[in-house]
Structure formats: structure tokens, C-alpha cells
Design a protein around this ligand. Sequence first.
Ligand SMILES: Nc1nc2c(ncn2[C@@H]2O[C@H](COP(=O)(O)OP(=O)(O)OP(=O)(O)O)[C@@H](O)[C@H]2O)c(=O)[nH]1
Ligand SMILES: [Zn+2]
Length: 211
Amino acid sequence: MNAPATPSDLSDLSDGADGTVFNGTVDLPRIRRAVREILIAVGEDPDREGLLETPDRVARMYAEIFSGLHVDPRVHLKRTFTQKHDEMVLVKDIEFSSMCEHHLLPFMGKAHLAYLPNGQVVGISKLARIVDMVARRPQVQERMTEELADLMMTELNARGCGVILEAAHTCMSIRGVHKPGAMTMTSAMRGAFLASATRAELMALIFSTRR
Ligand SMILES: Nc1nc2c(ncn2[C@@H]2O[C@H](COP(=O)(O)OP(=O)(O)OP(=O)(O)O)[C@@H](O)[C@H]2O)c(=O)[nH]1
Ligand SMILES: [Zn+2]
């Protein structure tokens, strides 16, 4: 069996076997071939009119929703500016959708990102940008939560940070255990947010104003 292709393998290639061009990071022709195989395996006819373009659509879709594998979210946290503000900064209700690595089905919900600045703050949109980037990978919710916390803590030189994700997993609703409405909550606390008072303040800011 061939070793899985890495981004650097693919970035050297300009054309796929069927003459189409790679986007530099994702092997689109390979995905097309695989989707065609899946259609045959489930008993479909990939040559019927409605399915003719499906392998290509799915390939382009995966290139989009897994684009976070080929980018470094730290770029968004490089530009900080001096601002006296010793209290918590929280951006809450950042909507995201990601892909469960066990079933390749979406999980989607909201991310809440908070940090305690250390003389420098970052543009608030950048916190939403790192959520978007990290979300576009196959993963489990716990890892996504931890990665966001580590990114903020390290890149912002923060005194502390807290990340809370709440998400619905379609692998738990449309199949398997069939529990639509179940929400999975995960949190990752670093530095000053490990103190119960700071953690409690964060929870109150996120959840107490909700109807
Ligand atoms: N901890 C965690 N588990 C997840 C996440 N996404 C999916 N899962 C779970 O991953 C597990 C995979 O379990 P398996 O027994 O290997 O797979 P399965 O037979 O398809 O399991 P069922 O979903 O129970 O039908 C399931 O319990 C999923 O609910 C996630 O983000 N975090
Ligand atoms: Zn799943």
C-alpha cells in the first residue's frame, strides 16, 4: 500500500493522472477516484446523470473543509498591539463547523475564547480566524479545544486563557446512537484560568446572559 501523500509530496505536482491540476495541497484527482469507488461500493451507478459531477464536487468540498491541514493559524496572532487592559477579553458565540475524524461527519457549534492580556492585545477578529482555521481539519472536539488554548497561550504571551466549545455531532444524530439535540461541551484552561474564580467569571460571562 502506498504511504499517505503529504502536502509536500503534492506541492511538487502540477497535474493529476486525469490531466487536472492539483490545488497545491489536496490531491483532487485521488479524491474523485475514491468517491467514484464509494458510489460503486454502495450500489450506485456513478455514470448516471445526477452523479456524474459528484466526485468532482466532493473533491472540491474536501479541499475546502480540510484546508486547515495546510495552514498555520499562528499567522493571525502575530500582530498584537500595546493596550492597557488587565481584565479578561472574551469573544463568545463564534460559530464553527468541523469534521469528526472517526466518521468524517460534521460537528458544529460555538466556540468561546478568552484570555488575560499581558500588556498586548490582539484584534478580536483574529480569534474567530483561528477558530475557522483549526476547525477545517478532521479531529475530535477535545483536541480542537486544546489546540486553540495552546495557540492563544503561546502566541499572545497571555497570563491565562480559556476555551470552551459546545457542539452537536452529526455522527451522534443522523446515525449510530441517534440522539439529535445532544450537545458536547469541552473546555481547556491555561494559566490564571485554572483558578476557580477566573473560571467562574468566564462561565458567567458566557452562559448567564443566555435565554
Ligand atoms: N471523545 C470524542 N468522541 C467522539 C468525537 N466525535 C465522535 N466521537 C465518538 O467516537 C466514537 C467512535 O466509537 P467506535 O465504537 O469506534 O465507532 P462506532 O461503532 O461508529 O460508534 P457509535 O458512534 O457508538 O456507533 C463514538 O463514540 C463517537 O461518538 C469527539 O469529538 N470526541
Ligand atoms: Zn463521529
